[in-house]
Design a protein around this ligand. Structure first.
Ligand SMILES: N[C@@H](CCC[C@H](N)C(=O)O)C(=O)O
Length: 359
C-alpha cells in the first residue's frame, strides 16, 4: 500500500495554525479501496479531549464551531483517529453504520506498520450494538489476527464514542466484544474505568493444554522453555494470558533484564497454547504494587496491555502474592486494577489520550 504521512498544521482560516496536531495521507497515493483521509479541518468536541489535547501542549481554538473531527465525511475515504492508552496505540475507525469492518486484516497489517503505515498496535472498529448493547467493538492486532478483547483499546474506544456520539450527559454505555459485555465509564478526571467482567480460569477455556492443578485452573505450573522451567498461571480475560512471576532458576524476576523479543515468541507459540497466548512477566514490589512487561499475541512487545494487567492481578491473588486491589506498573505507565470479591469482576482504571486526528 503506497502512502505517505506527515504532521502538518491545518489550513483552514478559522483555526490558529497551531491549533491541532494533524496528519495527512494524500488519497491519490493510496489504493482506491483504502483512501485514508483528506484535508478537512475540525475541532475537538468533547471537553475532556480538549483538556487532554492541551495537556499535550496543543492549543485548541476557543471559538471554533462545535463540530466533531469526524463530522466531515466523504465517500471512499476511511476516517480514523489515533489514540493511545499508556503507549498502547490504536487506529480507531468509525464503523457505526456496519458490522462489516471497513479494513481487511491485510490492510490492518499495513496500517499498523511503523515504517510504511500509520503505525499502531492494532486497528479498532466502532460498530453498531449487538445483543442489546449500545455498541460493538472489534479489533485487529498488528499482525492481522483478531483478538476477543483489548483493555487499553476499550478505554480508547470509550473516549472515541464520547467524541462521535451525543451521549446526552451519559458517561457510560455497553459494548459487545468477543469477550462478551464490557462496560466502560468515563470519569470526571477523563480516565476510564472499565468493568472487564469475570476472569476465566478453567484450563480448557483459557485455553491451555497445561493440566489444571487448582480447582480446574493452572496456577504456578511448570512450563519448560529452552531448558528453563517457568512457573505460570493461566488466565483468560476473554483473551488468553500466561502470567509468570518466577522460574525454577529465578525466584523473583527482574523484568527489566528480560530479553522479551527472544523469550516472548516462545511462550506465544508454545504448543500448550492452542490459540497462542499473551505473556506477562511480573515483578512484585509489594502486595499492592506490581511491575510487568508484556509480550502480546499478534503484536509483540507493547508498552501496555489492559487485559494483561487484569490477568496479572488475578494470577497474583491466586498465587497468594498480592491483594485484590493493585497498582500495576507497565512500561507506558500505571493502571489501577481491582478483582472484586463481591461480583468476581475485574475493574481496570486508566488514562487514554488522543494522538492525532485527520486534517
Ligand atoms: N493490548 C491489549 C490486548 C490486545 C489483544 C491481544 N494482543 C490479544 O491478541 O489477545 C489490551 O490492552 O488488553
Amino acid at each position: 500500500m503506497a502512502m505517505a504521512a506527515s504532521i502538518s498544521t491545518p489550513h483552514s482560516t478559522s483555526y490558529s495554525r497551531r491549533s491541532l496536531i494533524t496528519s495527512s495521507i494524500k488519497p491519490s497515493q493510496l489504493p482506491s479501496q483504502l483512501k485514508l483521509f483528506r484535508s478537512t479541518t475540525s475541532t475537538i468536541r468533547n471537553p475532556s479531549l480538549r483538556k487532554s489535547a492541551s495537556s499535550m501542549g496543543i492549543e485548541t481554538a476557543p471559538k471554533a464551531p462545535q463540530v466533531s473531527f469526524l463530522d466531515r465525511k466523504e465517500s471512499g475515504i476511511l476516517h480514523f483517529v489515533k489514540y493511545h492508552g499508556l503507549g498502547n496505540d490504536f487506529i480507531l475507525v468509525d464503523n457505526r453504520d456496519s458490522l462489516e469492518p471497513r479494513v481487511t486484516p491485510e490492510q490492518a497489517v499495513k496500517l499498523c506498520d511503523r515504517n510504511f503505515g500509520v503505525g499502531a498496535d492494532g486497528v479498532i472498529f466502532a460498530m453498531p450494538g449487538t445483543n442489546g448493547t449500545d455498541y460493538t467493538m472489534r479489533i485487529f492486532n498488528s499482525d492481522g489476527s483478531e483478538p476477543e478483547m483489548c483493555g487499553n483499546g476499550v478505554r480508547c474506544f470509550a473516549r472515541f464514542i464520547a467524541e462521535l456520539d451525543d451521549l446526552q450527559g451519559k458517561q457510560s454505555f455497553t459494548v459487545h466484544t468477543g469477550a462478551g459485555l464490557i462496560v466502560p465509564v468515563i470519569q470526571d478526571d477523563g480516565k476510564v474505568r472499565v468493568d472487564m467482567g469475570q476472569p476465566i480460569l478453567e484450563a480448557a477455556d483459557v485455553p491451555t493444554k497445561l493440566p489444571a492443578n487448582k480447582n480446574q485452573a493452572v496456577v504456578k505450573a511448570g512450563l519448560e522453555i529452552d531448558g528453563a522451567t517457568w512457573n505460570v498461571t493461566c488466565v483468560s480475560m476473554g483473551n488468553p494470558h500466561c502470567v509468570t512471576f518466577s522460574s525454577k532458576e529465578c525466584k523473583t524476576l527482574q523484568v527489566d533484564d528480560l530479553n522479551l523479543s527472544e523469550i516472548g515468541p516462545k511462550f506465544e507459540h508454545h504448543e500448550v497454547f492452542p490459540a497462542r497466548t499473551n505473556t506477562e512477566f511480573v515483578q512484585v514490589y509489594s502486595r499492592s504494587h506490581l511491575k510487568m512487561r508484556v509480550w502480546e499475541r499478534g503484536a509483540g512487545a507493547t508498552l501496555a496491555c489492559g487485559t494483561g494487567a487484569c490477568a496479572v492481578v488475578v494470577a497474583a491473588v491466586l498465587e497468594g502474592l498480592s491483594e485484590r486491589s493493585c497498582t500495576v506498573d507497565l512500561p507506558g505507565g500505571p493502571l489501577e486494577i481491582e478483582w472484586k470479591e463481591e461480583d468476581n469482576h475485574v475493574y481496570m482504571t486508566g488514562p487514554t489520550e488522543l494522538l492525532f486526528v485527520p486534517l
